[in-house]
Design a protein around this ligand. Structure first.
Ligand code: PNS
Length: 169
């Protein structure tokens, strides 16, 4: 087949999904690696209405856009619904997830098996850089809230946003 249709179908797309409340250096490492492996990488900020975050969805998106600006093939979007539907609507055949430790594996495997069962979307696990194997957004928020130094764990714009949000006075 020739023409735009066949060219379109050859674009290799993947999604890096998460809450990103806020994005950390661990997330950024996975996104950067995915951007080298795929033609287009979507960062999907999944909206969970039952979980109030520290940052609004728009703020999370803005921060992710800022810190991924150097990767031309990365797009950032919010989505309310099932990840498999996000993938179906954008013809994304693969989900890329970082695995920090064995403790991540049980739940990640469950989700991967559920997702492939729902629509056939594959999940690829990438081993997290050992420097960030202990890192999570929740821990960053907790440490930052008590005045601990997280400057080596988050990109500079995120550090600034955390300080503004947590230490207003
Ligand atoms: O950063 P998180 O909170 O660990 O990411 C989890 C996330 C958002 C990727 C996961 O909860 C998810 O995919 N949510 C979207 C809703 C959905 O598809 N649920 C069924 C999962 S099998």
């Amino acid at each position: 087949m020739t023409g735009p249709e066949s060219e379109g179908s050859q674009v290799r797309r993947a999604v890096c999904p998460g809450s990103f409340d806020p994005i950390t250096n661990g997330h950024l490492d996975i996104i950067a690696r995915a951007s080298r492996l795929y033609d287009e990488v979507y960062v999907a900020v999944m909206i969970n209405k039952s979980k109030k975050g520290l940052f609004e969805i728009e703020e999370r998106i803005e921060l992710i856009r800022e810190v991924t600006a150097e990767y031309d093939n990365v797009r950032v979007e919010a989505f309310h619904g099932l990840l498999v539907d996000f993938c179906k609507q954008r013809e994304i055949p693969a989900i890329v997830k970082g695995l920090r430790a064995v403790s991540d594996f049980d739940y990640e495997l469950q989700m991967a098996q559920m997702n492939i069962g729902l629509t056939g979307v594959e999940t690829l696990f990438v081993p997290t850089n050992p420097t960030y194997s202990f890192l999570s957004s929740s821990l960053v928020k907790e440490v930052a809230a008590w005045g601990g130094d997280v400057s080596h764990l988050v990109p500079a714009p995120v550090l600034e946003a955390l300080n503004k949000r947590l230490h207003k006075d």
